[in-house]
Design a protein around this ligand. Sequence first.
Ligand SMILES: [Zn+2]
Length: 438
Amino acid sequence: MSEQRDILPKVQAILLQQNLDCTVYLAGSVSSGDERPDSDMDLVVLVPDADRGTFPGGRVRDRKADFKFVDASFEGVPLEIIFMTPAAFEQLLVAKPWRGYKFLEMEILHDPQKIIASCKARIRPWFQDHPEAVTLWKRWLAEHRDRQLSRGQKMGEIISRFPDMMTDLWPYLDVQFGASHAALEYRTVRMADLRIDYTSEDDPFVQETCRALRAALKFLCEYFGLKEAFPPVRVILTPNRPEFDRCVREVLRLEIEVPSLPSRIAQPQRTDLIVLSPRVWEKEYNTYSPEDYRRLIAHEATHIVEEYLSPNCEAVRRWWSEGLAMHLSDHWRDSPELEEVRRCVVANQVPALAEIDVAPDGAGPLPRKAVKDAYVWGWTLVKFMETCHGRETIRQVVSACSDGDVFRAAAIDRPRFEQEWKQWLMAGMWVQSEEKPG
Ligand SMILES: [Zn+2]
């Protein structure tokens, strides 16, 4: 048993003795059993409404003075106490029951008016009716426990502050289960062989998406010498991240992390493309400009055309796919990847081809470094191959490579290619080719 657990009965005894009108429950790591020796003990105290003035958000003036045992710590255990009014508390959890999953397991220390007990009784049936919400919570908790604990952070910190959390779960659930979700209505626009589904808020992006996609498909069909017309492509322009995730999972039937990472803003699969509205991109990861948006759509269109032409898209190496998409969409221009290439070339830290050309082992995801390298170096390899061996070789690889071995499909001597590619990078040839074709 932990030190925090040891002192709990004493805390409870004092609460009883004092005959306080407050409700007290235990939250955070001690409540969920994840405490470490240095963990705080988190207590939430509900103070009757009429008591004192309230602060915004339902927090009430500190009543620490009423708690004899309450300083910054009790018997050496640091205490973190949140004071709230029962009304604010109800507002928080009963109005938005999906937020209360962790709350269901929290331990009641003192509840003379049965406030907590009745809240739990109202939240529990909501989760019984919404098993998908339970699944989201469990997945989120498991993913973030792994991610954060591996960095030595405490579970309590994760739940209360979501440090380094890519997306906050509460707002995500609010959109997913709140009234705004039910009101989602898609409109459809058809233009030749394109179909765009969108909600009214994204009206401003519809023309842009159509134009970018048509131009990209036209270019790609010419580039790859496609004789037949490309099959119809559908874009779903989703208005928020929960809806984006839902479409990726339910329309594309792809397993992705939920909530998905903020850097994930588009997902293609066969002739479908799910795009997250630029209105809700997180600025830290992606910023919207018409040119960047055009490149993004062209990048995803390249994946769609490559998948269409590939004899075995499962075997295609990540660096080849991303390299091709970045090269043919000009996505590498003004990109962080270009900066990284510049930096490595100057510092003489260009990786060996073997580090980039990694085959998926089938058992799990590609190692993180290989994924990063695919974006940073892939386009330089494809660009160099096109420069030296021509478009015909690129076509050949895309339409004939069925085992992931790009160099065999291209009939290129790999060691020599690697050497020349490095010389090309060092000589700054890629800088010259940066000039826009006229
Ligand atoms: Zn891509």
